[in-house]
Design a protein around this ligand. Structure first.
Ligand code: PLP
Length: 429
C-alpha cells in the first residue's frame, strides 16, 4: 500500500510542477505514483506508508556508503550548530580541495559550486574563455545537467548541428553544441575536421550513466585525448556520476586517461547540494578573481556541504577497501541477475563498471544511444513495478544506472536477486 504517497502526490501537484522538484523523480517513464520517502539508513529506504525498500538509487549516486552514514551526519550537525553559511571563506573548503587533489592527482585547482549542472556549465565557459572559441562537442545520450548548451539533440541526417531539446533553448545556443556518437571516434574526428579551429571543448561522461550504464570501448577515451590534443580542444570529463565512485580518482584513474578539466557532483557533497570543477592550473587560472572568466555563487563552498563531503571523501580516501568490496558486490549482483534472466529466457544485456550497473532488455550489445534504445521499455515498466512491490527501489526509468552502496549486505543482494526472479516472472505473465 502506498496510500499516503498517493495522497501526497496529489497534493504536491497543486503547488509543484508535476508534483516533483526534478523530473527524474516522477514516474513518467514507468507510470504510477512516485513513492514519497520518510527516512533511510544504510541501504534501506522507508516510505511515508512505512514500507521498506532496498535502495539502488542512492539519491542518484551520492550514497556510496549508504544513507545516514554516521560521520556525515555528525559533521553536518556539528557544523550547523556554528552557522549554516557565512558567504565568506572557511577552512573546510581548503581541506576538501586538498583532499580532492590527493585523490585526483591531475587536479591542480578546484572550484566548488552547488550542483553538477553548474559544474558542467562553468567548465565549458572556462574552456571557451581559455581557448577563445565558441563550439563544444557532446555525445548523444550523455547528460551534463540542464544548462542551455547541453539541452541539445543531434540534428537529423548528416547534420551535426544540434537542435534544442527543450523549448526555451535558443537556436543561437544550439548552433554552438555539436553532437557526436558515444564510443565512435570517427564521428568525433568528422566534427573536429569540419569545425577546425572553432571547437573549445569536448565534454564526455567517460562511463555513460544517463542512457543506462555504458562503458567506454577500449581505446575510446585515449582516442578522445589524442584528438583533443591534435585539435587544441579542452577535454572535459564529466565525472559527476563516476567521480570517487568507480575509483578514488574516478574514470581518469580507472582508464588511465587524463582530462584537462573534470566536473564533479553527487559523492563530493555526500547528499548535500555540491558540484565542483577542477583541472590543470593553466586552465583554472582563467577563473575569476584570478582571471577574466566570471563564475560565482552565494552558497558555493557552503560549510554544511563541505563538512559532509569531507567526511565521506576522507573515509573513501583512507579506506580504499570500499572500492574492492563494491566491485565484489556488483559482480555478485551481475551474476545473480544474469542467471535469473537466462532462466526465464529473457534477452538481456547487462553493463557494469565498478558499482554502476544497468540491465537492458535487449539482445543487442549496448554501446551507445541507439543500441540503448533497443531495450524493451514495456517489459521494464512491468519489471520496475513488480520489483517495487517486492521491496526493491530501482531508478524509475529504463535509461538510468543503478548505484550500489557498500551498505548492501550479501543478504540484501540475495533478496534483490530473489525479487528479480519473482518480478520478471510477473512481468512476463
Ligand atoms: N552530469 C552528469 C553525468 C549527471 O549524471 C548529472 C545529474 O545526474 C549532472 C551532470 C547534473 O548534475 P545535477 O543534477 O547535480 O545538476
Amino acid at each position: 500500500m502506498i496510500e499516503t504517497s498517493e495522497k501526497l502526490f496529489e497534493q504536491a501537484q497543486k503547488s509543484i510542477p508535476g508534483g516533483v522538484n526534478s523530473p527524474a523523480r516522477a514516474f513518467n517513464s514507468v507510470g504510477g505514483s512516485p513513492v514519497f520517502f520518510e527516512k533511510a539508513e544504510g541501504s534501506i529506504l522507508t516510505d511515508v506508508d512505512g514500507n521498506e525498500y532496498i535502495d539502488y538509487v542512492g539519491s542518484w549516486g551520492p550514497m556510496i556508503l549508504g544513507h545516514s552514514y554516521e560521520p556525515v551526519i555528525e559533521a553536518v550537525q556539528e557544523t550547523a550548530a556554528k552557522s549554516t553559511s557565512f558567504g565568506a571563506p572557511t577552512e573546510i573548503e581548503i581541506k576538501v580541495a586538498e583532499l580532492v587533489k590527493k585523490m585526483v592527482p591531475n587536479v591542480d585547482k578546484i572550484r566548488m559550486v552547488n550542483s553538477g549542472t553548474e559544474a558542467c556549465m562553468s567548465a565549458i565557459r572556462v574552456a571557451r574563455g581559455y581557448t577563445g572559441r565558441d563550439k563544444v562537442i557532446k555525445f548523444e545520450g550523455n547528460y551534463h545537467g540542464h544548462a542551455d548548451s547541453f539541452l541539445i539533440n543531434a540534428g537529423s541526417g548528416a547534420l551535426t548541428l544540434g537542435q534544442p531539446s527543450s523549448p526555451g533553448v535558443t537556436k543561437g545556443t544550439a548552433k554552438d553544441t555539436l553532437t557526436a556518437n558515444f564510443n565512435d571516434l570517427h564521428s568525433v574526428k568528422k566534427i573536429l575536421n569540419e569545425n577546425e579551429g572553432e571547437v573549445a571543448a569536448l565534454v564526455v561522461e567517460p562511463v555513460a550513466g544517463n542512457m543506462g550504464c555504458i562503458p567506454p570501448k577500449k581505446g575510446f577515451l585515449d582516442g578522445l585525448r589524442e584528438l583533443c590534443d591534435a585539435h587544441d580542444v579542452v577535454l572535459i570529463f564529466d565525472e559527476v556520476m563516476t567521480g570517487f565512485r568507480i575509483a578514488q580518482g574516478g574514470a581518469q584513474q580507472r582508464y588511465g586517461v587524463d582530462a584537462d578539466l573534470v566536473t564533479y557532483g553527487k559523492i563530493i557533497g555526500a547528499g548535500l547540494p555540491v558540484g565542483a570543477f577542477g583541472g590543470r592550473q593553466e586552465i583554472m587560472d582563467v577563473v575569476s578573481p584570478v582571471g577574466p572568466v566570471y563564475q560565482a555563487g552565494t552558497l558555493s563552498g557552503n560549510p554544511l556541504a563541505m563538512a559532509a563531503g569531507y567526511a565521506l571523501l576522507s573515509e573513501l580516501h583512507t579506506n580504499p577497501h570500499h572500492y574492492d568490496e563494491l566491485e565484489e558486490k556488483t559482480t555478485y549482483l551481475f551474476a545473480g541477475l544474469k542467471d535469473v534472466f537466462q532462466n526465464h529466457d529473457v534477452p538481456v544485456s547487462i553493463n557494469r563498471v565498478g558499482s554502476m550497473i544497468s540491465v537492458f532488455f535487449t539482445e543487442e550489445e549496448v554501446v551507445d544511444f541507439e543500441t540503448a534504445n533497443t531495450t524493451d521499455q514495456e517489459l521494464f515498466k512491468k519489471y520496475f513495478h513488480a520489483m517495487l512491490e517486492n521491496g526493491v527501489y530501482l531508478p524509475p526509468s529504463p535509461f538510468e544506472a543503478l548505484f550500489l552502496a557498500n551498505s548492501l549486505t550479501e543478504e540484501l543482494l540475495d533478496k534483490t536477486i530473489e525479487a528479480a526472479d519473482k518480478s520478471i516472472q510477473k512481468a512476463l505473465a
